[in-house]
Design a protein around this ligand. Structure first.
Ligand code: EPU
Length: 467
């Protein structure tokens, strides 16, 4: 075996171990499921707080002088990773009577050993958001090598550049990155090269206690970011969201704890909606709301799905007849989210004609299509992006496009989950396919989908799970 092959094997083994740990953390006892597909999903499930808000809100609690209470927290492994990291830094975490209620007391924030941080961070990318709060609280911070989904390179240059502008000293070590702020942090003028979600959160979490004003241009304005701003405002921060992706932050001397219910998980909601469409089913997604999903709802309708918006959720169903192809470009908010494309691709394999999905946010986010092709889909991935002068966000080097020609019947196969969203799309493919599909490496899915096995059961899926 060559060194490259050994490295690839080690990498794959590392991913499996991460997935097993992730599954174990939320009570998954088995790493595989056998699905007998071809049955429509029908019934009602609930989605709770967004993974991409709850984890950040937990970090924000570090900034308060008094305890915070976060409600609607989903039982997913990414939340547990962040809870472990907070506990390592002295935050006392207690759970309320409602399992989704977490009380976070940062009265005794303390330094943690680098090796412990590294061991706890697992495959999460959230540790980078600890930088600003820890620099304020302790004058130093350490970030281990970051994980997250393997969907291409996920650099942290925007984060480090912003932290340097606030006055942090950044030192790269073999084990990670060490930061210090011997002279405190001061407000800065920052323009992001791209409206990055994480870098915008980094600036928010750092600027609120920095001395003076911060102006952030080309900021991300995802609903989860607005919810984080609401949390920071409850804590005493002064933040103004201006038109054209500009955010002003006036630093304050002190913040208090917050009491907040996390915004619903629109990525999970869209995933179940796509599952309803692909399986010709009818699923009521309790907790889903219209405003944050408008762009997805338009596409869902164009493809031929139908939905009804209710006060307590949205019902998604396949009204019969042929599904229609679409052309979509993933984008920052309010565009079509990158996390929505993978589940939708499965439904598009059942549409009559040629659909194109242009991925502009991440590189290598079409790896999951290999397994769909093995199941009978006709998806060709082009390494180059599509040219379009009308784009709001500048075209990036690594963009890819997938062309899906349908309809193609899917048949059962053995699939190994590659990443969070791709993994959920594999579950949908297994539910849509005729025959039996074994899906392994399930733990990755529990990073972001709460109780998904139970939800499959509630929706009448036919499967064997030894858990
Ligand atoms: N980027 C850089 N440098 C940086 C930061 C980002 O080049 O310093 C690039 C990334 O490589 C990527 C693009 O900017 O190509 C967008 O990244 P962004 O920072 O917006 O994403 P993120 O904060 O790392 C969050 C979510 C993702 C979601 C994206 C886009 C969390 C924990 N993750 O990632 O969610 O896809 O925003 O909305 O909030 C998921 O939930 O499965 C997931 C991947």
């Amino acid at each position: 075996m060559t060194n490259t092959e050994i490295a690839a094997q080690d990498h794959a083994e590392g991913l499996k171990q991460d997935a097993r740990k992730a599954g174990a953390r939320v009570g998954l006892t088995s790493d595989e499921i056998i699905i007998n597909g071809g049955r429509p999903l029908t019934g009602r499930i609930e989605v709770r707080g967004a993974k991409n808000l709850a984890t950040k809100a937990m970090v924000a609690a570090l900034l308060g002088q008094t305890p915070s209470v976060l409600r609607n927290v989903p039982n997913i492994s990414d939340v547990r990773v962040v809870a472990g990291l907070l506990a390592l830094h002295g935050v006392l975490i207690t759970r309320g009577e409602d399992p989704g209620e977490w009380r976070l007391d940062p009265s005794n924030v303390e330094r943690a050993h680098h090796a412990d941080i590294d061991a706890h961070a697992g495959s999460s990318r959230i540790p980078i958001l600890f930088c600003g709060p820890l620099l304020h609280r302790l004058g130093e911070a350490f970030i281990p090598d970051l994980g997250g989904c393997r969907i291409g390179d996920r650099p942290i240059d925007f984060h480090l550049d912003a932290l340097r502008k606030f006055g942090a000293i950044v030192e790269k070590l073999p084990s990670g990155i060490s930061l210090s702020a011997p002279n405190g942090l001061t407000g800065a003028n920052i323009e992001l090269p791209y409206p990055s979600v994480g870098a915008t959160e980094q600036v928010l979490l750092t600027s609120v206690l920095a001395e003076g004003q911060t102006e952030l241009r080309n900021a991300a304005i995802e609903p989860e970011i607005i919810d984080l701003i609401c949390i920071l405002q409850k804590m005493g921060a002064i933040i103004t969201v201006e038109p054209n992706r500009v955010i002003f932050i006036e630093g304050v001397k002190e913040l208090r704890g917050y009491d907040h219910a996390a915004i619903f998980d629109r990525n999970e909601a869209a995933s179940w909606a796509a599952a309803a469409l692909a399986t010709k089913g009818d699923v009521f997604v309790g907790g889903a709301q219209q405003e944050e999903m408008m762009t997805f709802l338009n596409v869902f309708r164009k493809v031929g799905g139908d939905f009804d918006v209710h006060d307590d959720g949205i019902r998604f169903w396949h009204p019969g007849g042929a599904l229609k192809p679409v052309t979509i470009e993933t984008d920052v908010h309010p565009g079509f989210m990158t996390d929505w494309q993978q589940p939708l691709v499965v439904a598009l394999t059942q549409a009559e004609g040629v659909s194109t999905i242009h991925e502009t946010v991440y590189e290598n986010r079409f790896g999951f299509t290999d397994a769909l092709n093995e199941m009978g889909a006709n998806i060709v991935v082009y390494k180059d992006g599509l040219a379009d002068e009308a784009r709001r966000v500048k075209r990036r080097e690594f963009e890819q496009a997938a062309v899906i020609t349908g309809p193609t019947p899917l048949t059962g196969s053995d699939i190994e989950v590659p990443d969070l969203r791709g993994g959920f799309s594999h579950l949908i493919a297994a539910l849509t396919a005729s025959g039996q599909t074994k899906v392994t490496n399930l733990g990755i899915i529990s990073r972001g989908y709460e109780n998904f096995i139970e939800k499959l059961r509630l929706l009448g899926a036919d499967f064997v799970f030894e858990g």
